[in-house]
Design a protein around this ligand. Structure first.
Ligand code: ATP
Ligand code: MG
Length: 424
């Protein structure tokens, strides 16, 4: 994409009212625009990133047998009354509104109820199970605080995955597998090293659930690290002697290290809670009617985008991991109005694209070299290629990684080789 055609502009000033690094940089670089606290529009650069994150998640969910669907955001009251979760005392973050005929409806904050209801039409025999479905959908939550930028939206993207199994045994095998699947996603986002499988209270059905917590000062949670090697932690809210004893831990060690962290995902064993409410059953091999055993698995592409920025930035701006960067290469022409340089830059842009690289090409003639380089630092594309009079004098371009290191001169003829090694 030619940067002259990008309608968004970078801004120097920190946007007012934004306290989080992710929102400040994402707004300044033109990736997102704030509509209201906790609701952000995704602009072309930001949408490219969110789509890459979503596609990584999709690939991993598909690989484990997930079938993608899309539920409605509009939810009817009667469905949620079956489990008691329509009540504002039980769920404190509903957005509710009403139809013209006066019937109340809510905007979905999660989808266990409608999915249990929907599956009644498709599950009748043990032969129909297991079923794994997921969606990537906009969720609505009337959060009381929205100060963490993309990491706590009132309107945000969630990947919610639901498993429907024949019983506890079948469920637990899959549940264990999902722990690895989640870690694969975090690995691909470059955050595995800082992410801990975290013991958390289970909610109403199972005693424990698991969160995935990524250590960062920008996080809203606090975890106790109980096993650094295997990356296991306990959520501070759930830290007590009984939990420690349940996990065979030495009642560790009161002085365990604590860290601030971002909850980047969570997985729940739901048991029969929802299947019972909707009478979601199947006939087993003997023809006996059994309740379906459910699990749910959440993670948010938009919170993850915020988290990636929190983990990868410096004083100049963002530093995208290659896997989710809006473009592979930022090609910058420093031409000073010299048409011959412009032509060389244009042809390099064409060649790089033909080779399959995604390139943002800064062809803005009105900008100074300094302005272009500052913008490139802020936008944070992993690899920068500068083409200028100086580099062309050596038949070369200057290549530099955003994450640091020296700028190197590479002969234009050798560039393809270099890129094949350095850009995946
Ligand atoms: P939290 O404790 O952070 O409020 P939660 O446990 O209520 O999250 P879930 O209902 O389990 O969240 O949602 C699944 C996942 O969606 C969470 O693990 C988290 O990564 C993400 N998430 C939850 N709330 C938000 C939000 N307001 N904005 C962005 N992502 C969110
Ligand atoms: Mg949670």
């Amino acid at each position: 994409m030619k940067q002259s055609q990008l309608f968004t502009k970078t801004q120097k000033e920190t946007p007012t009212g934004e306290v989080s690094t992710n929102a400040q940089y994402l707004i300044r670089a033109g990736f997102v625009s704030k509509e209201l606290a906790g609701a952000y529009a995704f602009l072309p650069l930001g949408l490219r990133v969110i789509n890459k994150i979503s596609n990584i998640i999709r690939e991993e969910m598909d690989a484990v047998g997930g079938q993608e669907l899309l539920m409605t955001a509009l939810q009817e009251k009667e469905t949620w009354e079956k489990t008691g979760r329509w009540s504002d005392e039980v769920v404190d973050n509903w957005f509710k509104t009403s139809l013209k005929n006066g019937n109340e409806v809510g905007l979905g904050f999660s989808h266990e109820e409608p999915l249990a209801k929907l599956m009644k039409s498709y599950i009748s025999s043990y032969k129909d199970l297991p079923i794994y479905v997921y969606q990537i959908q906009t969720k609505f939550r009337n959060e009381s605080r929205a100060k963490s930028g993309l990491m706590r939206g009132r309107e945000f993207f969630m990947k919610d995955f639901y498993s429907f199994s024949r019983g506890k045994v079948e469920h637990e095998i899959f549940y264990e597998k999902m722990k690895d699947v989640y870690m694969k996603v975090f690995d691909r986002l470059g955050m595995k090293d800082k992410t801990y499988l975290t013991i958390s209270s289970g909610g109403s059905f199972s005693k424990y659930s698991y969160e995935f917590q990524t250590v960062s000062d920008a996080g809203e949670d606090i975890i106790y690290i109980i096993d650094e090697n295997n990356k296991v932690a306990i959520n501070k809210d759930d830290f007590n002697q009984e939990v420690l004893a349940d996990f065979g831990l030495d009642v560790k060690e009161k002085d365990l290290p604590t860290k601030k962290s971002i909850e980047v995902g969570d997985i729940y064993s739901l048991g029969h809670k929802y299947s019972k409410a909707f009478n979601l059953t199947y006939k087993d091999e003997e023809g006996k009617e059994e309740l379906v055993y459910m699990g749910s698995y959440g993670m948010s592409p938009s919170r993850l985008m915020g988290a990636v920025v929190e983990l990868n930035n410096d004083e100049k701006g963002m530093i995208w991991p290659k896997t989710v960067a809006p473009f592979d290469i930022h090609l910058i022409a420093i031409d000073g109005g010299d048409q011959s340089i412009v032509e060389r830059a244009e042809s390099l842009y064409e060649v790089l694209q033909k080779q399959g690289f995604e390139v943002l090409y800064d062809n803005r003639s009105e900008k100074t070299a300094g302005e272009k380089l500052n913008d490139a630092d802020l936008i944070g594309i992993p690899l920068r290629i500068i083409i200028s009079k100086k580099t062309l004098a050596e038949d070369s371009v200057e290549v530099k990684e955003r994450k640091g290191g020296e700028a190197v001169l590479i002969k234009i003829n050798d560039l393809n080789n270099y890129l094949e090694k350095n850009v995946q």
